[in-house]
Design a protein around this ligand. Structure first.
Ligand code: ATP
Ligand code: MG
Ligand code: MG
Ligand code: MG
Length: 480
């Protein structure tokens, strides 16, 4: 089609040219002598101003131009008098492509609450905030592929329907074509999954890691970037039932190589977004500052959004062991009045998000790579350390987020791995294909998983993970 994207209209010096734009009306104001129509076509955060003279554009057309309507405008680009943009369009012809009944259109030009916008998730991408969020999300996704492609990693697609539930621990969604009201039964009355489509029990994947390891043991450096499903019961601001995970897996990497890669990768994609989304991030920076000002004093962040992104991209992450972290937490006084409560932790317990955020936001004031967790709170495949108590795990903790990455060096030793599986009641027979990587040509290897939405949250400053994915899946929510 022959339309100009508003972004390109602003970029090149198009003043004096005749052009056509198409987009959705945000506001219309003016008087009987002139109308100013703010239009947005999704290409940029700023609305573009169309000037309509009632001697040129009929009253009937002008009446049908309301907030939410979609219009096509042909006219002349002229230098703009107003601040904020270099040019505007003097309309010669306007076609209303789609009207929006003012009585019924939910997104009126005023500030809507996030709850209201979540209920209207099918339309909320038309707001400035969500437009900015999804452009930044796109840039981050692109940056992920660019980063790994530049490093020679191969993008592998791991299956979405899987039989293994090695990590799921009850959080998996069952996939079945059986009639659950009247399922086939075995002799002892259990559901007979041998009659199911795959002739066995199957689930939606909770992680592509195990299959990713198979690929790494052939192609050496690979990554996956796909949807992941967890039937989390928790209603938190950090968990979705359907989220996207980036999981690189590398043969010949030890735990330190893994940490170095993860840190470089995170900094690199943040820098990419800052470079390529400056207008959107400036908008989100102001938004975050407004939100911050509304919070009680003890919950406010010291740095603004852009300052925080720059800081993280430019400074070394702190690297400490789990045991050191527990010592820090035990030596920090609990303070019931402040945000960070209950800082006393026992060695062996998993950290709660308030512990993670204390370490990052109060103690070190920078991202933390936490290593060498107790083996009993981590997955069976992590490399066992010499001490017999810990494994070569790493979690990366970010300000405002807590855990953003989980990873480890993998246990490459067949004997150690199978003993651990037996201890944890994980079937060697079912995972024979996984164990074949250790049986045939094993080698040290490592990998990690980045929760993509948590990264989008960090970069956009959005407080709730439901607001960084177009169609959030959470308990009770799967309408559209
Ligand atoms: P958490 O402790 O926050 O529940 P996890 O340790 O269960 O996370 P992992 O299995 O380590 O998560 O998954 C790797 C990464 O995927 C996490 O570091 C996080 O960024 C992201 N992630 C995990 N669960 C979710 C979820 N339900 N929604 C969104 N992202 C998630
Ligand atoms: Mg979890
Ligand atoms: Mg965790
Ligand atoms: Mg984890």
């Amino acid at each position: 089609n022959k339309r100009s994207k508003i972004k390109l209209l602003l970029k090149s010096s198009k003043i004096g040219e005749k052009t056509t734009i198409m987009g959705w009306v945000r506001t219309k104001r003016g008087n009987k002598n002139v109308s100013f129509i703010a239009i947005n076509d999704g290409s940029i955060i700023n609305n573009y101003q169309v000037v309509a003279d009632p001697n040129v554009i009929s009253e009937d057309i002008l009446k049908r131009i309301t907030t939410g309507a979609c219009i096509k405008v042909t006219g002349k680009v002229v230098a703009s008098q107003g601040a904020g943009q270099d040019s505007e369009l003097i309309a010669e012809q306007i076609e209303v492509l789609g009207e929006a009944d003012t009585e019924k259109y939910p997104l009126q030009p005023k500030k809507h609450s996030m709850e209201f916008l979540r209920e209207n998730a099918h339309l909320r991408m038309r707001t400035n905030t969500f437009g900015a969020v999804f452009r930044v999300r796109h840039a981050l996704a692109f940056a992920v592929h660019k980063y790994f492609n530049d490093k020679g990693f191969f993008y592998i697609h791991t299956p979405i329907i899987t039989a293994s539930d090695a990590e799921g621990a009850g959080e998996t969604f069952r996939v079945s074509t059986l009639d659950m009201k009247n399922p086939p039964l075995t002799d002892d009355g259990a559901i007979d999954y041998s009659k199911d489509f795959f002739e066995r029990e199957t689930n939606l994947t909770v992680s592509g890691q195990l299959e990713g390891e198979l690929a790494a043991m052939a192609l050496a450096e690979i990554y996956t970037f796909g949807p992941t499903f967890r039937a989390e019961n928790s209603n938190t601001t950090r968990h979705l039932a359907e989220f996207w995970m980036i999981e690189p897996e590398m043969a010949f990497y030890d735990a330190e190589d893994n940490q170095d890669l993860a840190e470089d990768f995170l900094k690199s994609i943040i820098s990419y977004a800052m470079e390529h989304c400056s207008a959107d991030l400036e908008f989100l920076d102001k938004r975050a500052a407004d939100e911050n000002a509304k919070k009680p004093a003890n919950e406010r962040t010291d740095l603004g959004l852009l300052e925080r992104l720059r800081f993280v991209a430019e400074h070394d992450f702190e690297r400490i062991t789990y045991t050191e972290a527990i010592n820090i937490l035990q030596n920090s006084k609990p303070n019931k009045k402040k945000k960070f409560n209950y800082l006393i932790e026992e060695w062996g317990a998993d950290l709660q998000s308030e512990h993670e955020r204390f370490l990052v936001e109060k103690h070190f004031k920078k991202p933390v790579i936490l290593t060498d967790y107790p083996k009993d709170i981590k997955a069976f495949y992590m490399k066992q350390n010499e001490d017999g108590k810990t494994v070569a795990a790493m979690d990366i903790l970010f300000p405002g987020i807590g855990e953003i990455v989980g990873g480890s060096q993998r246990e490459e030793n067949m004997e150690k791995l199978t003993i651990r599986m037996d201890e944890m009641g994980i079937s060697q027979e079912e995972l024979y294909w996984y164990l074949d990587t250790r049986r045939f040509g094993t080698t040290p290897h490592s990998g990690f998983g980045l929760g993509f939405e948590r990264m989008v949250q960090f970069v956009t400053g959005m407080g709730n993970i439901r607001d960084v994915i177009a169609f959030p899946r959470t308990p009770g929510n799967a309408e559209f």
